[in-house]
Design a protein around this ligand. Structure first.
Ligand code: GRF
Length: 188
């Protein structure tokens, strides 16, 4: 059995798509959700599907080895970031080389970086008069949004699209492709 840890701190729509995709899967399962925000909706998602959810503090992940030890003890094969905004510490990158992936709601290297999340990404896409945008799934390295790209998928930006319209199209791509890519990484 291959085990996934989903790191999420937001609405958890990707977490939900991933959990649903692997429900009843023969060789892969979502072992845990790791969350840093006690108010995040993803906690409800985990509860709905009976996936244990571990709430962590900055202390747990940066100052101690609590999170790292928890992941090792849980025999995690792949760490999947889905709306997790804290930087992953070096020690975790070292312990899980090429085993941490992230999804970004734009076509990296465009519209990436520290403050690029949520609707701000799509507003920037509109301001830059892009004709298309999309998703990027990539490995994590110490440079954050610059890790090796695994997959990009595009969608058109129409003339009258609002940031919310784009968010909607991008999320559809995310929910369709993230689970499939996770599966292909864990079965290759
Ligand atoms: C997604 O748009 C993802 O690309 C980004 O964070 C967002 C998470 O959304 N990294 P949700 O919490 O899965 O709905």
């Amino acid at each position: 059995m291959k085990r996934i840890a989903i790191f999420a701190s937001g609405n958890g729509s990707n977490a939900k798509a991933i959990i649903q995709y692997f429900r009843g899967h023969q060789n892969i399962r979502v072992e845990t959700v790791v969350c840093n925000n006690p108010k995040a909706k993803v906690i409800e998602v985990a509860r709905e599907f009976n996936i244990p959810c571990r709430l962590i503090t900055k202390q747990d992940i940066y100052a101690t080895d609590d999170v790292l030890n928890f992941l090792k003890a849980s025999e995690i094969d792949l760490i999947v970031l889905a709306g997790f905004l804290w930087l992953i510490p070096e020690k975790m990158l070292k312990a899980f080389p090429d085993k941490i992936i992230n999804i970004h709601p734009a076509l990296l290297p465009k519209f990436g970086g520290r403050d690029m999340y949520g609707l701000r990404v799509h507003e920037s896409v509109i301001n830059a008069k892009e004709k298309e945008t999309g998703i990027t799934i990539h490995f994590l390295n110490e440079k954050y949004d610059e890790g090796k790209i695994i997959l990009q998928k595009t969608c058109p930006v129409d003339a009258n699209d609002s940031a919310e319209d784009i968010a909607h199209k991008v999320q559809k791509l995310e929910h369709e492709w993230y689970p499939k890519i996770i599966e292909s990484i864990l079965t290759s």
